[in-house]
Each structure stands twice: as C-alpha cells, then as structure tokens.
Design a protein around this ligand. Structure first.
Ligand code: WTA
Length: 678
C-alpha cells in the first residue's frame, strides 16, 4: 500500500457496519456472484404488496447489437415507495421521530417535521393532486426552494404513482419551459418567492414566463400550485411541528404575485379542503418513480428516468453503508433537492432508513461564512455531505470561522459532484473532521441513481482524491480506445457491463437516445462519460469527463448548450466554449466568440453575452471569460480543435501539433487576443 493513506474512523468506531476490507470484499463478491440473494435480503426489509420472484429477480441487456437495451429488477412485484418511507416507519413506532429539521435562509427561521406529520401532509397533498386530475403515470413538475413542501410534493407523487420531474429552482425560465414541454407535465408545483442570502427571488414570476413559453412549444400546464413561502419569513417562528404555521400571523404580501385564475391555486387553500389520509397506489417495481433532467452533450437536456423497486433498494442501501448510518444519527446533505444528490440523499435514502436529517434553505455565506459550521453545531450533525466547490470556497476564509464552532458530533464527511483535489480533501479532513472522521468521496451520476464508487467509513483506507472502490453490486471496468478491457494499473474509459438496482432505465420518451448516448460507443457496456485510473492498490481515481461536458461547481453542462445560447445573439457568428481550471468552481467557462462580419467586439457585446447565458441557462452557468476570436482553429474538415482553445484559455503556448488546421495563424491571433484580465 502506498503512503498517505488515512483510516481514522476505523480506529475510533467499533460500531461501523462494515468493519474491515475483508468484510467489504466478502460482501462485494457476494453482491456480484449471488446478486439475487444479496439484493433480495435487502428487499425483504421493505413492504411488497405483490412479492418479487427470486427466480426472476433481474434481467438486462447492455448490448445494442443484440437487441434493445433493457434493465429490469423485480419485475412483477408491486410496492409503493412513499409507503415504505413513511407509513412503514410510522407503523414501526417512529411516528414521533423527527424526519427533518428545517433551517431557513435566516438563522431565526427554523422548524421541524415528524414522520407522522410528514405522512399526514403527504396524504393531503396526494388528495390535492388527485383533485387536479393527476393519475398514475402523469408527470408533475416541481420548481421550488428548499422547504418541506418540496419533499411533500415529491412523496405525494410517489404515493399516487405520478412521476415527479424536479427542475432546480436556480434554472432560468427558459430551461424550466423546455423541461416542462418535454415531460408534458400536467401540474407545476412552486412557491411565491424565496430569499437566497439577502436577495429576494420571485419564483412564481419565472414560472409564469416559463408556462407561457411552454405554450409556445405546444404544451399547456393546466394547474400551478403555489406555496406561500415568503410570509413565513415575516411571522413569528413556529417550531412546534408544522409546515404551515398559523394563518393569523401571516401578513399578506401577495398583491405582487402574478396570478391566473383557474390555473393557479395556493397550496394552503387546497390543503385545507382535503382528507389527511390517502391510500397508496401499488405500482410495479418497474413503474417510473421520477425523472430528472441532466445536460446532454448535444445541448438538449436528457430526462433520466428512474423506476420504483430498484431505486428504493439502492438509495436505501448506499445511504446506510456509505454514511455508516445508525439510529440516533443526525444527517445533513447540503445539496439542493433539485439535483440527483438531493433526490437520493436528502429524501429517498434517509427516509428509507428512518433517519433524521437537516434541510437547509440558505447559502454557506449567509449571514456569515461560518453558517455551515454553526448548523453542524446547532443540530449536532453526525454525517455531513457537501461538494468540493463549497469546501474550496470556505477554505478561503481560513480556520477562524470553523474554530468558533464545536464540530465534535461529526463522524463521516461526504463529498460529491466532481473530483476533490487533495488540498481540499486534506483541509476538510483536518479542519472539519479534526483527523477523526472518514471522508466518503462518492463518485456517481444522475444516471447511476446512487453512489457507485466510494470509500466506506470504518473500512476503506482513504487516499485523498480517490473515490477508491466500487459499492456493492458494482463492477467498474476501464476500457482503452479500442474497447479492450484494461487489467490492473492503467487509465481509460470508465464503464460498467452489468446493472445495479438503482441505475436509470431509459431517457424519458427517447429510448433511442438512451441507447446511443450510453451504450453505443462500446457495445455491451454502459459508458459513464468519465475517465478513470486504477492504481497499484486497485483504487479508482476518476479523472473527469472525456466528452464535451463541463463541470462548474459540481453542475454538469455541455459546451454545446452554452455555445448555442451565444450564437443566438444577433451579432455573433460563431462560438466555442471550453473549460478552464478554476480555484473554487473546479472548472469555469471560457468562451471564444466570433462576431458577424463588420461587427466590432465591444465590452458591451461581451456583457450582453454573459447576461444572455445567465438568463437562458441559469446563474451557475455564467461564463468567466468571453474572448474575441477573429476565427476559430478548425481542421480542414471543419472540426474545431478544442485542445488548442484549452491551451489559449490557460495561456500555455505548448499547443502541440497543429499541422492539420486549415489556418495555423489563427492560433497566434488567439493568444494575442487574450483579454488582459483573463
Ligand atoms: C462528476 C452528481 C469525480 C463526474 C452526483 C460525473 C465526480 C458527474 C464525482 C455526474 C466524484 C460526481 N469524483 N467526479 N466523487 N462525483 N462527479 O449527474 O464527472 O450531476 O459523471 O451527478 O459529476 O454529475 P451529476
């Protein structure tokens, strides 16, 4: 074993579920060799209305040349995810246990909800959805801040067999419109507005623009349900149980909320009129649970579809082992529920384990840069799960804000979204974990549904920057360019040749694209789009995307989607976008823009383009640099040589062989044109 290996939690905790690498290997082997047995033992912990057939537990085809790609787990069995998350826990005596603590943007604003209360609210909202005509299989779009109602809306969909399609509320109205039109949602659930830091965002107004725009794409949203969130920020705090508070102290601040009678309804009005119970709809294990859009390299987002039974097993099992969850723990994942991390590890995984979690509405910097640490102290958080970009941003403020808080409750620290650089890893390990905690650097994707490569606390010796070993049921493979499997030490395309229960089943409404994006490059393998290296100890190191995707602060986006926004500007003829390393965001957008003939490249044009990307995609996609490109470096066949642009972006003149370019001089021009500040 090489140097710089850490094993702190193991040394301190005898209670860990997996206590040694031998135990891990044994279980991992069982999960691959006796797959049915391994997962059916876990499935037995959940309620199945119609039992699964152990002799027909799962089936799959990954080879496009032998027929359509398909993945099925426990087909024929029926269950209900909401029932397993709420009713089952309440029946097991956990009704009064806190499911979620809610910490608002403002530290004075907090609340909590028990399992029993959550179930009641979910039943009510299920009845509301039914009253709006939502039936099994219908899509419900959700565009909401981090409030209890987003969880209630999701689980209500699950309860009646509807498919939720959450759009992160940091996306623009254009992005929301495109996604609503693609999934043809019947209902949109949203909130009036939200504070992020000290900025007020009028979410409902964005929804109105998006619903209009969706109409122009040929889809009309028939119902919009709006949570009245803003007044709660102006009322006396209600910490008793509830999500709604009492109406008497709510000030009416809603004269400004745009409204369309007959389409728009207040959440609280609708909830007043319905029964607090609702029988769950039993659905097939392979019926869809939710869809979630992720960026595609062609620019059009892909509606990743997850189904019921397999996703439930996988979210539950990864949560239990990867965070080494034990009853009594207080778990906190900072991810927004609008991303897959929030789906699997704020909502489904924790509730499936009957856990108590924190939901945080705000940002790490408000009211000060110690907010995360103060929340950990306030709730005595045992497992904390965040992103490298947040760690890097907080590192900048040094140790002072951390030292003001007692972080002794922490046991496990998680990381997700992008490779974590060893410097950030060590800072996290030393200053937050005080060299006592395990770090779980979890590699996974929207498509994988849950963690696929990750250390296990109490078991895996950690190497800073390595996601280490596969989770149960997962066997990573590295392929070379010709599709040959690389044995032992080496680097290549990260792929898988067999499914685990939680992986996606298709892209909504486009199975063809599903097959061509993920299964066509190497027939027989699911292609992650990431590269990885296996070291001499068998550890996996994910090296980053091998396609035209960018990862800015853990948000995946494609160069194509940003380029298409830039070229929509009437003064722009061509654009090419590359990623450039960034000390906090991991990567940032560096854009090369060629204006139309006769049009000058001005600071005004540049700022219009930045604004346009921000408005069309979302604030997280804002370019760091827009550079004037009199021309782009293209091969004779017209393909843009992006590796040259990446060199220009970092001002590295070692551009390599450029003899295949149609015009080599353009490279020198681009170096000359680098903006001074870039
Ligand atoms: C990247 C987020 C290295 C990777 C859960 C992947 C990571 C993409 C890690 C998926 C990690 C995520 N180490 N890279 N621990 N976690 N990635 O769909 O490129 O938003 O393909 O899912 O993020 O991003 P997505």
């Amino acid at each position: 074993m090489s140097k710089n290996v850490y094993l702190p939690y193991h040394a301190t905790s005898e209670k860990a579920h997996i206590k040694s690498m031998e135990q891990y290997r044994e279980m991992h082997n069982k999960s691959l060799e006796s797959t049915e047995q391994f997962w059916s033992e876990i499935a037995a912990q959940f309620h199945w209305e119609t039992p699964y057939d152990i002799n027909n537990f799962y089936s799959y085809n990954f080879n496009v040349t032998q027929g359509p790609v398909q993945i099925k787990w426990m087909e024929g069995a029926t269950t209900n995810v909401c029932y397993n998350l709420l009713d089952k826990n309440v029946r097991n005596g956990m009704g009064d246990k806190v499911a979620f603590y809610w910490e608002g943007n403002d530290p004075e604003d907090y609340s909590k909800i028990t399992y029993k209360k959550l179930l009641e609210e979910v039943c009510r909202f299920s009845n509301v959805l039914k009253s709006k005509g939502v039936v099994k299989g219908d899509r419900v779009a959700i565009y909401m801040p981090m409030v209890f109602e987003i969880v209630i809306a999701m689980l209500s969909c699950a309860r009646i067999g509807a498919v939720h399609s959450i759009v992160f509320a940091g996306f623009s109205s254009d992005s929301l419109a495109e996604r609503m039109a693609d999934c043809k949602c019947k209902v949109l659930v949203t909130a009036d507005s939200v504070y992020r830091g000290d900025k007020l965002l009028n979410i409902k107004s964005l929804c109105d623009i998006a619903m209009d725009k969706a109409k122009s794409f040929g889809h009309e949203v028939s119902t919009c349900i709006v949570v009245r969130h803003l007044p709660r920020l102006h009322r006396s705090i209600n910490t008793s149980n509830g999500t709604n508070g009492s109406n008497s102290d709510i000030i009416d601040l809603h004269s400004d909320v745009p409204w369309t009678d007959g389409r728009d309804y207040w959440w609280h009005d609708e909830m007043d009129d319905v029964e607090p119970s609702c029988y769950p709809v039993w659905v097939s294990a392979e019926d869809p649970l939710f869809m979630l859009y992720t960026s595609g390299s062609t620019g059009k987002p892909k509606g990743v579809l997850h189904t019921t039974g397999g996703y439930l097993l996988y979210a539950a099992t990864t949560f239990k082992y990867v965070f080494d969850y034990h009853p009594g723990d207080i778990y906190w994942c900072t991810a927004d529920i609008g991303w897959i991390t929030g789906h699997s590890y704020v909502v489904y995984g924790p509730l499936a384990n009957g856990a108590t979690s924190v939901i945080f509405e705000g940002t790490p910097f408000y009211p000060d840069n110690g907010r995360y640490w103060s929340i950990i102290e306030k709730y005595k958080v045992t497992q904390f799960y965040t992103a490298p970009t947040a760690i890097r941003a907080l590192m900048k403020f040094g140790e002072e804000p951390v030292k003001k808080h007692n972080l002794d409750s922490l046991k496990v620290l998680g990381s997700v979204g992008e490779p974590i650089n060893p410097e950030a890893w060590l800072w996290y390990y030393q200053n937050i974990g005080k060299e006592r905690c395990s770090i779980a650097d979890t590699f996974w994707q929207t498509e994988t549904g849950g963690h696929v490569i990750t250390p296990l606390p109490g078991c895996t010796p950690m190497k800073p920057g390595s996601a280490s070993f596969p989770f149960f049921g997962v066997k990573p493979i590295l392929l070379d360019e010709s599709g040959k499997e690389i044995e032992g030490v080496g680097e290549g395309y990260l792929v898988f040749n067999k499914p685990w229960p939680g992986m996606m089943r298709t892209l909504f409404g486009n199975h063809e694209r599903f097959q061509s994006v993920y299964f066509s490059k190497f027939p027989g393998y699911y292609c992650t789009g990431d590269g990885a290296r296996r070291d001499e100890d068998g550890y996996f190191w994910v090296t980053g995307r091998v396609d035209d995707m960018l990862n800015v602060s853990g948000h995946l986006m494609s160069t194509a989607e940003v380029e298409s926004v830039l070229t929509e500007h009437p003064d722009v003829s061509e654009a090419a976008v590359v990623s450039r390393p960034h000390p906090v965001k991991g990567e940032c957008l560096y854009c090369f823009v060629t204006p139309n003939h006769g049009v000058a490249f001005t600071p005004k044009l540049s700022s219009e383009l930045v604004k346009k990307v921000r408005e069309s995609i979302g604030p997280f996609a804002m370019p760091d640099v827009i550079q004037h490109a009199p021309g782009l470096p293209k091969t004779r066949s017209g393909k843009i040589m992006r590796r040259v642009l990446r060199k220009v972006a970092v001002n590295d003149r070692e551009v390599g062989d450029i003899s295949t370019l149609a015009d080599e001089h353009i490279v020198e021009e681009l170096f000359k044109n680098r903006p001074e500040k870039a």
